[in-house]
Design a protein around this ligand. Sequence first.
Ligand code: COA
Length: 258
Amino acid sequence: MPTVLIERDAHIAILTLNRPDKLNSLDEPLLHELHSAIVTVDEDPAVRVAILTGAGDRAFAAGADIAAMSEMTAPQAKRFAELGHHVGAHIEEGRVPFIAAVNGFALGGGCELALACDFVYASEKAKMGQPEVTLGILPGFGGTQRLARRVGAARAREVCMTGSMVGAQEALRIGLVNAVVPHEELMTRVREVAAKIATRAPLAIAALRRVILRGQDVPLPSANELEATAFASLFGTDDQREGMRAFLAKKEPTFHGR
Ligand code: COA
């Protein structure tokens, strides 16, 4: 049985972490499968948006596999962290936006995977957090960096230093998730927002997520320069002509990503 399932529905791809008996905890084979799945989705021109979620009713992912980590030497741990970073970078830097549908525990590496996604919708049963300090380690799949960028350094320090779980409403309050929805409605609601994004101009979506990502690492004037360059690059595309023509004709645009 694959540990990552891929499903496609029109322009939406759904990737499901699939080790429910281990609360979808992340071991090396799963991370390799997830990486392949992300590449597959990114290379499929029919896909315009992806959803990442967890199999079963209890977990998105309850972290990196502690049984596997308990046997690791320091060099093996370094390679494991780099694999986690590699997966996160592919989510973040690819063409296709990712929405995390957090359907339960998203702890440690699970929370870090959600943070690599463009934004997160959570079930009211979600419990997120970075409990690594309870195991004598620290977040190794980008959590120390992406959590601070998403919720601010002080809140990230508190989440990481206490190792406590953050409930869905608290996650909403601190900006870790964009929305909290009833558990049974999670996938419906995430599919709705994904379907809306799928109707928007694909080249513009790809360019804007690249600019937002790159812009966080540079001073504002340089970030604005990145924006201006990306803005200009869309002029002359079929999508730009279609979007503006449709607006002026008072019609709905149909974009082809060209
Ligand atoms: N790594 C490996 N196995 C894990 C795991 C992880 N991160 N999280 C859960 N599992 C396994 C459990 O060992 C258990 O396996 P078993 O049935 O073979 O014993 C199974 O998943 C179910 O988990 P269990 O702990 O029995 O469920 P619970 O409802 O009592 O507790 C959690 C749920 C999430 C609170 C608990 O599993 C937990 O604390 N997990 C680790 C979270 C963590 O520290 N993650 C960060 C890792 S860096």
